[in-house]
Design a binder for this molecule. Structure first.
Ligand SMILES: *Cc1c(COP(=O)(O)O)cnc(C)c1O
Length: 432
C-alpha cells in the first residue's frame, strides 16, 4: 500500500483511530481493521534469510520503523505488536515505543536497561506499590543504590545528584495521593549538574494518561505505562509500554528478548483496535465526571479533604494547569481523585473500610477493585489494600492517610456514581 503522510493535518484523536493507515509491518490493503497475527514462530525461506533476521534484530544499522524486519520468533518482533508500538509512540509524542507483558515489566526494563552495579537511582517516595517494592526490595540486591528524595523540593534533588546517579524516577500525579511534580524544574536541576554521563528522567504517566499529559515534551527522556489501565481501557488484558529515544531502543529490545516479557500479539491487537482509538473519548467523559465528583466530595461533611488536580485547592494546582494539558491545549486534570475521611487514624480507617464494604455489597455504578482507568468506576482504600505491604509509619511519611480513598472514574452516568458514593458515606458515618 502507498505511504501517505497525514502528520499534522489531523487531530491526534483522529489519527489514533486510523493509525498511520499505512504500516511497514503489514501490507493489509483490504482490511479496514488491522489484522491480528497469531504465530509464535515464522517460516524462513532459507538459512540465509534466518541469518539475516538475526543480524537485523536490535541492530543500529537496521531501522525497524522504516522496513519490516525479517520475522523469526514472537518474543523478538511481531507485526501486531509493532503496529501498536508505532501508535503508542505517536500518542506519547516519542521517538519509539516497546510494548511489554505488564506495566511492571516495562518499568523494570526502563531501569535495568540503563543501570549497572555501582550506579544510583533517585526516586520520589510516593509510588505505585509494586514499583516501590521493586526499588526497595530487589534493585538494591544488584549493587544499585536507591536514594529516596521528595522531588517536589528541587533543592533536595540538587543535593542528591552525584556522579553515580543515572536515573531520576517519578510519577506525576503520584499514586495514590496525586502529588504533582514539576517536570520542567526537575529537568532544569538535572541539566544544571552537567554530569559526565547522561541522567535519564523516567516518568510513569499511567495516572495522567497521555491524553492529559505528554512528559516527553516537558523534559522527560522516557515514559512508562501500564497499558492495563486507561490505554487498554476496558480491563480485559494486561500490558505495559516503554516510550523513549531511539538511542535506547535496541538495548530495550534486547532486554525484553532476554528478560522474556513482550506483550503478546493478541493483547497488542486488543489495545491497538479497542484501547488507543477510544482513549480520548473515554478520558473526556471520565474527566468531566471526576470534576463533578470532586466538587460533591469537597462539600461533604464526612470528608476532610479532596485532592484532585482540577480543584483550585490542590496544593500544586498551578503546576497541574501548566503540565496537564490535552493535545488541543485544554486543561486536563485527569480521571483520578483521592480524598480523606474525617476522624482520628483508627476511626478514619474504620470508616474507610465500612465505606468499601458498603460499596461492595450495594453499589452498581462503583466497583470495589484495584486497578484504574477502566470504563467502570473503581474505588479502593490504599491504607488497607494496595499499600498494605508498606509499614504504617512509612505510609504516613509518604502521605498515605488511614482514611484516604482513591477513585478512578468510569463512564457511567455521574449522577449514579454520586448517589452510590453518597449512600456509602452515610453508612460510613453511622457504622464506621
Ligand atoms: C498499574 C500500575 C503499574 C503496574 O502496571 P501492571 O500492568 O499492573 O504491571 C505501574 N504504575 C502505575 C502508576 C500503575 O497504576
Amino acid at each position: 500500500m502507498k505511504k501517505r503522510n497525514f502528520k499534522n493535518d489531523y487531530h491526534k484523536e483522529t489519527r489514533l483511530i486510523h493509525g498511520d493507515f499505512y504500516s511497514v509491518h503489514w501490507d493489509y490493503k483490504d482490511h479496514m481493521t488491522p489484522p491480528i497475527s497469531s504465530s509464535a514462530a515464522f517460516r524462513l525461506e532459507s538459512a540465509e534469510r534466518g541469518a539475516e533476521g538475526f543480524i537485523q534484530f536490535a541492530n543500529p544499522e537496521f531501522d525497524r520503523h522504516k522496513k519490516q524486519p525479517i520475522l523469526i520468533y514472537e518474543r523478538l518482533d511481531e507485526p501486531s505488536r509493532s503496529m501498536l508500538e508505532d501508535n503508542l509512540a505517536l500518542q506519547e509524542e516519542g521517538e519509539c515505543a516497546v510494548a511489554f507483558a505488564t506495566g511492571m515489566a516495562a518499568i523494570t526494563c526502563s531501569i535495568l536497561s540503563i543501570l549497572k552495579s555501582g550506579d544510583s537511582i533517585i526516586a520520589h517516595p510516593t509510588l505505585y506499590g509494586c514499583t516501590y517494592s521493586l526499588l526497595a526490595n530487589w534493585i538494591p540486591n544488584l549493587g544499585i543504590n536507591v536514594k529516596w528524595v521528595d522531588l517536589k523540593d528541587t533543592n533536595k534533588l540538587s543535593k542528591a545528584i552525584d556522579e553515580s546517579v543515572k536515573i531520576v524516577y517519578l510519577e506525576t500525579p503520584s499514586n495514590p495521593t496525586l502529588e504533582i511534580i514539576d517536570l520542567k524544574k526537575v529537568r532544569d536541576v538535572i541539566d544544571s549538574k552537567k554530569s559526565k554521563e547522561k541522567i535519564y528522567l523516567i516518568v510513569d504517566n499511567t495516572f495522567a494518561t497521555p491524553y492529559c499529559q505528554r512528559p516527553l515534551n516537558l523534559g522527560a527522556d522516557i515514559v512508562v505505562h501500564s497499558l492495563t489501565k486507561d490505554i487498554g481501557g476496558f480491563g480485559t488484558d494486561m500490558g505495559g509500554a516503554w516510550i523513549g529515544p531511539k538511542e535506547l531502543e535496541n538495548r530495550v529490545l534486547l532486554f525484553r528478548k532476554d528478560f522474556g516479557s513482550p506483550l503478546s500479539a493478541k493483547n497488542s491487537w486488543q489495545i491497538l483496535v479497542y484501547g488507543l482509538p477510544t482513549l480520548a473519548i473515554r478520558v473526556k467523559k471520565q474527566m468531566e465526571s471526576a470534576m463533578e465528583v470532586a466538587k460533591f466530595l469537597e462539600t461533604h461533611p464526612l470528608v476532610e479533604k479532596v485532592i484532585y488536580p482540577g480543584l483550585k485547592s490542590h496544593p500544586q494546582y498551578e503546576i497541574a494547569k501548566k503540565q496537564m494539558v490535552s493535545c488541543d491545549g485544554e486543561f486536563a486534570p485527569g480521571i483520578m481523585i483521592y480524598f480523606v475521611l474525617k476522624g482520628k487514624p483508627e476511626k478514619a480507617q474504620k470508616r474507610g473500610r465500612a465505606m468499601m464494604n458498603h460499596i461492595a455489597g450495594n453499589a452498581l455504578a462503583i466497583t470495589l477493585a484495584v486497578s484504574l482507568g477502566n470504563i467502570r468506576t473503581l474505588v479502593e482504600h490504599p491504607s488497607s489494600m494496595t499499600h498494605a505491604p508498606i509499614p504504617i509509619e512509612r505510609q504516613l511519611k509518604a502521605g498515605i492517610e488511614p482514611g484516604g480513598i482513591r477513585i478512578s472514574l468510569g463512564i457511567e452516568n455521574v449522577k449514579d456514581i454520586i448517589k452510590d458514593l453518597s449512600k456509602a458515606l452515610e453508612y460510613a458515618r453511622d457504622k464506621g
